[in-house]
Design a protein around this ligand. Structure first.
Ligand SMILES: *[C@@H]1O[C@H](CO)[C@@H](O)[C@H](O)[C@H]1NC(C)=O
Ligand SMILES: *[C@@H]1O[C@H](CO)[C@@H](O)[C@H](O)[C@H]1NC(C)=O
Ligand SMILES: *[C@@H]1O[C@H](CO)[C@@H](O)[C@H](O)[C@H]1NC(C)=O
Ligand SMILES: *[C@@H]1O[C@H](CO)[C@@H](O)[C@H](O)[C@H]1NC(C)=O
Ligand SMILES: *[C@@H]1O[C@H](CO)[C@@H](O)[C@H](O)[C@H]1NC(C)=O
Ligand SMILES: *[C@@H]1O[C@H](CO)[C@@H](O)[C@H](O)[C@H]1NC(C)=O
Length: 340
């Protein structure tokens, strides 16, 4: 018994020494943890285990340090770049392959083809839709409560974290705009559909609030031939409403179109994909992509290049332009002290 106790103390001290030396080498991140919910724009490997769209093959990952990972990009996604800007030592790992203590830094639950609605993307296989991403988060919250030995300390810890949610693109691309598979476009006008989606989204966000989330960045959907205009308008209104209703939480709107559409970012090419694509608009397997990826905003038919992701992440983190982030940027959001 005594030996066991000694071994346990020894291991504990070893762990503390490692943690302290790490935090000295890398500095403390601006938030203790960073949780990510979303679709293929943010997926970093969760779909690799599912019978659906997966991109763990070259040329995906050609510019990522460990090659193909499941990221729908040549290199880093916006949340990878944000993790760096926030001072994290590593990119936030995927839920599907992360266990134990690593959970404390945050997890990425994002899944390509997924949406706010459960059926979204189902014509392409099985994804992790937003409701299931939230269930996965619930299991992570329980894990954190068990590591920190109480629900109260877990809640206190989780209150300080950043929650980044980018959902809704596939509710258009892989639902409303696919009338062969889905009937939403026969049931709703675009205005009605946007209202229905944002109502469901609002209650999903409130579930995350219940699990201790207080600092939210909600990302608007990409401009898809102006079909998503009403969604983004409703999302801005939701951000205003939640900020007014919940004194102990803060929400910001992140404008996802402001970079890839604005020529001020300085790319040579905004419209053509950098890699040869297959019939789904994803890079065809093992095909050679364009030489200089920094000149292109688009990687495949839908997803930005790392170069474009760097520009948008920087403008999400620090921008004085209210059409990039509203009503504040992430550097200010994470710096707020919210009373609870
Ligand atoms: C729309 O399709 C769903 C299944 O995807 C079905 O449950 C529902 O009844 C349909 N609604 C209408 C109005 O056709
Ligand atoms: C997009 O649609 C909205 C109405 O739904 C309209 O007010 C706006 O002018 C449109 N924008 C473009 C660029 O067509
Ligand atoms: C998003 O950015 C674009 C381009 O700067 C701008 O036209 C649009 O109004 C912005 N949308 C919102 C909701 O702020
Ligand atoms: C790639 O393009 C960027 C941006 O136009 C440029 O700064 C860089 O020099 C180019 N790199 C190569 C190897 O040509
Ligand atoms: C934000 O950007 C401005 C210039 O646009 C710069 O002066 C400032 O140092 C930046 N702040 C941070 C925290 O990066
Ligand atoms: C962060 O907040 C503190 C006080 O709450 C303030 O003094 C500091 O200027 C803020 N930093 C930024 C980058 O907003």
């Amino acid at each position: 018994m005594a030996t066991n106790e000694a071994v346990r103390w020894f291991m504990m001290i070893g762990f503390l020494v490692v943690s302290i030396s790490r935090s000295c080498a890398y500095g403390k991140p601006e938030v203790p943890c960073f949780f990510i919910f979303g679709d293929s724009l943010l997926d970093n490997g969760n779909n690799n285990f599912l019978p659906t769209l997966r991109v763990n093959y070259l040329p995906y990952g050609i510019d990522y340090p460990t090659g193909p990972t499941g990221r729908f990009c040549n290199g880093r996604t916006p949340v990878d770049v944000l993790a760096e800007l926030l001072g994290f030592e590593n990119h936030i790992p995927p839920f599907a392959t992360t266990f134990g203590l690593a959970t404390l830094r945050g997890l990425n639950y994002a899944s390509g083809t997924s949406g706010i609605r459960a059926e979204t993307g189902s014509q392409l296989g099985v994804n992790v839709n937003f409701d299931r991403q939230i269930q996965n988060h619930k299991s992570a919250v329980l894990r954190i409560a068990s590591i920190l030995r109480s629900k109260e300390s877990a809640m206190k810890y989780l209150n300080e974290c950043l929650y980044y949610v980018g959902m809704g693109n596939n509710d258009y691309l892989n639902n409303y705009l696919q009338p062969r598979f889905f009937n939403t476009s026969r049931i709703y006008t675009l205005e009605q559909y946007a209202a229905v989606l944002v109502r469901q989204y609002s209650s999903q966000i409130m579930t995350l609030y219940k699990y201790g989330a207080r600092k939210f960045a909600l990302v608007g959907v990409q401009d898809i031939a102006n079909t998503t205009y009403a969604f983004n308008q409703n999302l801005v209104s939701l951000v205003e409403k939640l900020n007014a209703d919940l004194g102990d939480a803060r929400f910001i709107y992140v404008n996802s179109s402001s970079v890839t559409r604005s020529t001020s970012a300085g790319f040579k090419d905004y419209d053509t994909s950098c890699c040869p694509v297959n019939r789904l608009g994803l890079c065809a397997i093992f095909q050679i992509p364009c030489q200089n990826r920094s000149e292109h905003a688009l990687w495949d038919s839908f997803h930005p290049t790392e170069a474009a992701n760097i520009v948008s992440a920087r403008r999400t983190y620090n921008s004085s332009d209210p059409s990039d982030t509203y009503p504040m940027d992430i550097s200010h959001l994470v710096n707020l002290s919210l009373e609870s």
